[in-house]
Write a protein that binds this ligand. Structure first.
Ligand SMILES: [Zn+2]
Length: 252
């Protein structure tokens, strides 16, 4: 996987490029964030759980998912700064009004609860009103990577630049697909004076399926899963077995 964004690497190209540890996107247009980490792939039980949270408003899912997000964030403790502002990717106010809550904020709050126990020395402060979404961006689901970049370009603004000036930021979202949203938000934060931006998401969706069709990390049901993908949910969370969370009655 790409050491920067976590996307799958095209190993066939590895010997022909100068920085084989990076994916093509990160080589050609380095993102403003240092690194993006995710708990696991956007599929099966993870996909069902995120849907339950976002679209069915199943808030008990957030606690469980927040703990999983904390597991993704924990390894950053070794290399990220010891004091960070944790900023959930905001929804536009119209979307927020429609959904009633921001799932990224909810996940961030639960992840911080878990990290306070496991990493009490890590000073992580939730700053959920620091970043604003200026535009109600079209759903990314049916867009190509290029369209996604254009769709979110300039969509974010830092409400109070003093709040992020010289601060290290941990940006939180539920899903990362092309990274367009994380890139746009990270750029806005860096332009406002942030010292560094790191990104953690619950799930990582692949940019493209193997047949070349764009995959949705949103709500379309085009995702068919992939038996060859080996990066399943972690072994250390057996209760999060996709089978137990699949279907209409996720077992949180
Ligand atoms: Zn990358």
């Amino acid at each position: 996987m790409c050491v920067c964004c976590g996307d799958e690497l095209d190993l066939a190209q590895a010997e022909f490029v100068s920085r084989p540890e990076l994916c093509r996107a990160c080589r050609l247009a380095p993102p403003a964030f240092v690194r993006a980490v995710a708990y696991g792939p956007y599929q099966d039980g993870m996909r069902a759980a995120i849907h339950a949270l976002k679209y069915d408003g199943l808030h008990p899912a957030a606690r469980r998912l927040g703990r999983m997000l904390a597991l993704a964030i924990a390894p950053l403790a070794a290399e990220a700064p010891g004091e960070m502002l944790v900023i959930p990717v905001p929804l536009h106010r119209s979307k927020h009004a429609e959904r009633g809550f921001n799932q990224a904020r909810l996940l961030a709050a639960h992840a911080l609860d878990a990290l306070r126990t496991t990493h009490p020395e890590w000073r992580l402060t939730l700053a959920s009103s620091t970043l604003m979404r200026l535009r109600s961006t079209a759903s990314q689901a049916s867009l190509t990577p290029r369209q996604r970049r254009l769709n979110v370009r300039g969509a974010f603004m830092v409400f109070d630049p003093h709040a992020v000036d010289h601060q290290h930021i941990l940006l939180i979202d539920d899903i990362l697909t092309t990274g367009a949203t994380a890139r746009a938000a990270a750029r806005a934060l860096m332009q406002a004076g942030a010292a560094s931006v790191w990104v953690a998401t619950l799930a990582r969706a692949r940019r493209y399926s193997r047949n070349g069709h764009n995959e949705s990390a949103s709500d379309s049901d085009s995702f068919t899963g992939d038996q060859n993908q080996t990066t399943g949910l972690r072994d250390d969370a057996p209760a999060d077995n996709p089978a137990s969370m699949h279907g209409n009655q996720p077992s949180f």
